[in-house]
Design a protein around this ligand. Structure first.
Ligand SMILES: Cc1ncc(COP(=O)(O)O)c(C=O)c1O
Length: 378
C-alpha cells in the first residue's frame, strides 16, 4: 500500500501476503496425483468420509489441549462451505419466519443479515469481560421463548472477548433447560495467540442440542469456502435433509479433497502456527499504538482472533468516522453490531489485513481525526 491509500480497519480479511498459495498448490498436486474421480462426483450428503475423518483427527488434536474437551468423531461432522453458509442452512432447517432468537450484544453484524433474510426476530443478550451474562441470558430465555441462541464463544467478533469455561457450562445448561438450540460460531476458536480458549461448545458435556460451526476462512483462506458443522448426528441429519444438500450433493467435495491433503501433509498446521505469530504481533502493535496515540481509549488487548473493540468515552463513533474518512482511515462503528441504540462511542478495529507499519499509520490518522472532532466540539 502507499501512504495515500485509505487504511480500512473495518476490513476483516487476511492480507493477500498471508494466503497460502504455494502450500495449496502442493496440496492440490498431492490430491490430484491420487487420480480418484470419486472426488469429482456429486458428494456424500454430510461430506466425504475421508475428509471428515482427517478433519476429526485434526480437531481432536487441536481441541485436546483444554481440559474437558471430548474427541471429535467423523460422524459428528458435516462439510459446509463456511460458517456463513452453515448459519443460513441452520436457519432454514431449525427456524421459521417470525421466530425469536438470542444473540450476544454486540454480535457479528453480517450474521444479523442472515437472520434478517430468514425473518427472525433478534434479541440481544448483554456481555461483560467473560462473555454473555448468565443472568441476562436466563431472563431472555424466560421472557422471549427463543428457538435458538447464536454465540461466538471464542475471540468474539466484534469484541475479542472469550466466553469463560464456567459460563460455557452455564450457557449450555440454561439453553438445555429451555430446549433451545445453541449455535456456536467458532470461526476464531483455533486462532489463539498462545493460550487456547476453553473447549469448543460441541465437545462439552451437556451438548445434546449444540452445533459448533468451524471454518477454514480464518485459519487458511476464505476463498476456499470450506468449513464444517460439529454436533450430534441426529442434528446433522436435519441439516443434510435440506433440499440444497439433497439436490447438490455434499458441499464442496473437490476443495475438501485438497484440504485433506493440506492437513495430511502438515501444511495446515504449519500455516496456522505462522498465522498466529503474525496476528499476535499485529494485535500487539495496534494496542501499543492506541495506548500511545489515544491514551483515553478503553480496550482489552485481544488474546486471539481479528479484532480490538475500542471505546472512546464521550465521542460519537459515527461523527469520528466521518472525519476519519477524510483523514484516510475508516473502521466499523459499534452501532453496526447491535439491534439497539448502544455502543455509540465504540469502534471495531481489525488487525488482520495490514502489516504493523500500516496499522501504526492508521492509528496516527485516527488520533488526528479524533483531535479534529474534539476541536470541533470546542
Ligand atoms: C463471527 C464470524 N462468523 C462467520 C464469518 C464468516 O465465516 P465464513 O468465511 O466461514 O463464512 C466471520 C468472518 O468475518 C465471522 O467473523
Amino acid at each position: 500500500m502507499t501512504t495515500s491509500d485509505v487504511i480500512d480497519f473495518g476490513n476483516g480479511q487476511p492480507s493477500l501476503s498471508l494466503l497460502p498459495v504455494q502450500a495449496l498448490r502442493t496440496a492440490a498436486d498431492h490430491f490430484l496425483a491420487q487420480a480418484d474421480a470419486a472426488w469429482l462426483q456429486y458428494g456424500a450428503d454430510p461430506g466425504e468420509t475421508p475428509f471428515r475423518e482427517t478433519l476429526a483427527e485434526f480437531l481432536t488434536r487441536h481441541y485436546a489441549a483444554p481440559v474437558g474437551a471430548s474427541p471429535v468423531d467423523a460422524v459428528q461432522l458435516m462439510t459446509t462451505t463456511g460458517n456463513s453458509q452453515a448459519l443460513d442452512l441452520i436457519c432454514t432447517r431449525f427456524t421459521r419466519p417470525g421466530d425469536t432468537i438470542l444473540v450476544e450484544e454486540p454480535t457479528y453484524f453480517l450474521a444479523l443479515e442472515v437472520f434478517r433474510d430468514h425473518g427472525l426476530h433478534v434479541v440481544g443478550v448483554p456481555i461483560d469481560d467473560e462473555g454473555m451474562r448468565p443472568d441476562a441470558l436466563q431472563e431472555a430465555l424466560t421472557a422471549h421463548r427463543p428457538v435458538l441462541l447464536y454465540t461466538i464463544p471464542s475471540f468474539q467478533n466484534p469484541t475479542g472477548i472469550t466466553l469463560s469455561a464456567a459460563r460455557r457450562t452455564a450457557v449450555l445448561a440454561a439453553c438445555a433447560a429451555h430446549d433451545v438450540l445453541v449455535v456456536a460460531d467458532e470461526v476464531y476458536q483455533l486462532l489463539d495467540f498462545g493460550v487456547a480458549p476453553p473447549p469448543s461448545l460441541a465437545t462439552l458435556d451437556g451438548n445434546a442440542r449444540v452445533l459448533s460451526l468451524g471454518s477454514f476462512s480464518k485459519i487458511c483462506a476464505p476463498g476456499l469456502r470450506l468449513g464444517w458443522i460439529h454436533g450430534a448426528p441426529t442434528l446433522l441429519e436435519q441439516c443434510t435433509r435440506a433440499g440444497l444438500v439433497q439436490s447438490g450433493g455434499g458441499l464442496n467435495p473437490f476443495t475438501s479433497g485438497v484440504m485433506r491433503s493440506l492437513i495430511t501433509l502438515g501444511l495446515l498446521e504449519s500455516g496456522l502456527a505462522s498465522l498466529k505469530r503474525v496476528y499476535a504481533d499485529r494485535a500487539g502493535a495496534l494496542c501499543d499504538a492506541l495506548r500511545d496515540a489515544i491514551p483515553d481509549a478503553e480496550f482489552t488487548a485481544p488474546q486471539g482472533g481479528y479484532f480490538v473493540w475500542v471505546r472512546i468515552p464521550g465521542v460519537s463513533a459515527a461523527a469520528l468516522l466521518e472525519v476519519a474518512r477524510r483523514a484516510g482511515v475508516t473502521f466499523h462503528a459499534g452501532r453496526r453490531f447491535v439491534t439497539r441504540d448502544v455502543y455509540g462511542d465504540t469502534l471495531r478495529l481489525s488487525f488482520a489485513h495490514y502489516d504493523v507499519a500500516a496499522l501504526v499509520l492508521g492509528v496516527e490518522r485516527l488520533a488526528r481525526a479524533l483531535a479534529t472532532v474534539r476541536a470541533q466540539r470546542g
